[in-house]
Write a protein that binds this ligand. Structure first.
Ligand SMILES: Cc1cc2nc3c(=O)[nH]c(=O)nc-3n(C[C@H](O)[C@H](O)[C@H](O)COP(=O)(O)OP(=O)(O)OC[C@H]3O[C@@H](n4cnc5c(N)ncnc54)[C@H](O)[C@@H]3O)c2cc1C
Length: 400
């Protein structure tokens, strides 16, 4: 049985591990820490059209025509965990954000879908007393600025809050402590004839779909969740669901060690023998038939730059193209586009990292997700599309 080693447990690595397990591979997933899912609103941004793709764009390497299949595979996987994604890869939805702006995305979990605006509905945005990571007034202002009516209120929660409440505290209490009946007797009188209620996205970590549905039934209103400031509970739900699935599917998860290089030596055809990880007991080799790098970009440790301006991936030290003058890496303004957003590994159509001349570094090494270059993910709003499609393509190359 092929033994696949996946490095990194962000969306790309977890999805790749699950796909590979479903194809019957033996899978070990190693990561030095958590991926970026807790920072993501838990929706699928698919961005970009084929006509405008630059030549090195990961959508182009992986084949944009395969995006619907990758998204379907993801939806199927999450449905097994009770999380249903709604929407259409070709049509964007407009949803409110906790920052008081509207955002465009493509697929959302069912618990967020009613937030896609319906001008007819009488909408109330509610925060919770004692929960500071969600300002219903700010969210409501954003909706009203866009021309839709919305009222902002704060709802009480059962019991006394002895300290500030965090989104993960609330998610656990919605799931384990509070009943829908208890909440509807507390909130019902405040909601009057409300048809649509927007709440911070904290309605549970592992059983949110059930909690959401039970609360809608008990209150008799449509409810949609709005992601809060990080940590984002909807992102954590995906992370937990994908981890659970991979463990149930027989995958091995090793969390903590930093992968620092490859096992020395090449077998006959330029293949990687495995990776070396720095564990608390010293360096340890993990042999594998194939390796998928899903180590993310600079912020999660997948790419690194030295003082001399050399950029490389953090595991295999594969070179990444970058201007020699570091001053050219940054754009204007902190939140705008920066040329370093495009930095990352270059891959061929099999998701194998290649050099400038298009030569493959190792036959059995593949890469996916944020470690790949060529895309301004933030600007294009293509983050999850790239993670899913490239993970899908990489696994397809390992096990066609
Ligand atoms: C600061 C920050 C802000 C973000 N903001 C948003 C946002 O606003 N919206 C949104 O949708 N998403 C956001 N994200 C998530 C981001 O979009 C994803 O990180 C991105 O989609 C790439 O996903 P990935 O799976 O390729 O890698 P990541 O999610 O970055 O995960 C990389 C994984 O690789 C592991 N790793 C890296 N190097 C090594 C190594 N040498 N050895 C072992 N393990 C290693 C890491 O520990 C991690 O598990 C943010 C992420 C970060 C870090």
């Amino acid at each position: 049985m092929t033994h696949l080693l996946v490095v990194g447990q962000g969306l790309a690595g977890l999805f790749a591990a699950n796909l590979a397990l479903r194809k019957g591979l033996r899978v070990t997933l190693i990561s030095q820490g958590r991926g970026g899912l807790s920072l993501s609103p838990g929706c699928l941004d698919l961005g970009r059209t084929a006509a405008s793709l630059p030549s090195q764009h990961p959508y182009r390497s992986a084949g944009l025509q395969n995006l619907p299949a990758a998204v379907d595979a993801f939806r199927e996987l999450l449905l097994l965990e009770g999380i249903e994604f709604l929407g259409n890869p070709d049509v964007s939805m407009t949803l409110p954000t906790a920052a008081g702006r509207l955002r465009h995305t493509h697929l959302v979990p069912r618990s967020m879908a009613l937030g896609h605006f319906d001008a007819e509905a009488r909408m109330v945005i509610a925060g919770f007393d004692g929960f500071r990571d969600f300002d219903a007034g700010l969210v409501g202002d954003g909706i009203r600025r866009a021309g839709w009516p919305a009222q902002s209120i704060s709802l009480p929660l059962p019991g006394e809050a002895r300290r500030d409440l965090y989104s993960t505290d609330l998610a656990r209490r919605f799931e384990r402590a509070w009943t829908p009946e208890q909440l509807s007797s507390l909130w019902g009188p405040r909601l009057g004839k409300t048809a649509l209620l927007g709440l911070p996205a904290v309605l549970g970590l592992d059983h949110a779909p059930e909690t959401h549905l039970a609360l809608e039934r008990s209150l008799g209103v449509g409810i949609f969740e709005i992601p809060t400031l990080p940590p984002s509970v909807p992102g954590l739900r995906l992370e937990r669901a994908l981890r659970r699935r991979s463990l149930q599917g027989g995958g091995r998860l090793i969390e903590g060690p930093t992968v620092v290089g490859r096992v020395d030596g090449r077998s006959g055809g330029g293949r990687v023998l495995g990776v070396v990880a720095a564990t608390s007991a010293g360096p340890r080799a993990f042999q594998a038939d194939a390796v998928i790098l899903a180590t993310g970009g600079f912020l999660n440790g997948g790419l690194r730059a030295d003082r001399a301006g050399r950029v490389a991936d953090s595991v295999f030290d594969l070179p990444v193209e970058a201007a020699s003058d570091r001053g050219e890496w940054l754009g204007d303004g902190c939140l705008g586009y920066h040329p370093y957003d495009l930095f990352g590994l270059r891959v061929n159509e099999h998701m194998q990292p290649i050099d400038r001349q298009g030569r493959v570094f190792f036959d059995n090494l593949f890469a996916c997700g944020g470690v790949l270059g060529g895309a301004d993910r933030r600007g294009e709003k293509s983050r999850q599309g790239i993670d899913l499609l490239t993970a899908y393509a990489a696994v397809h190359s390992v096990a066609p």
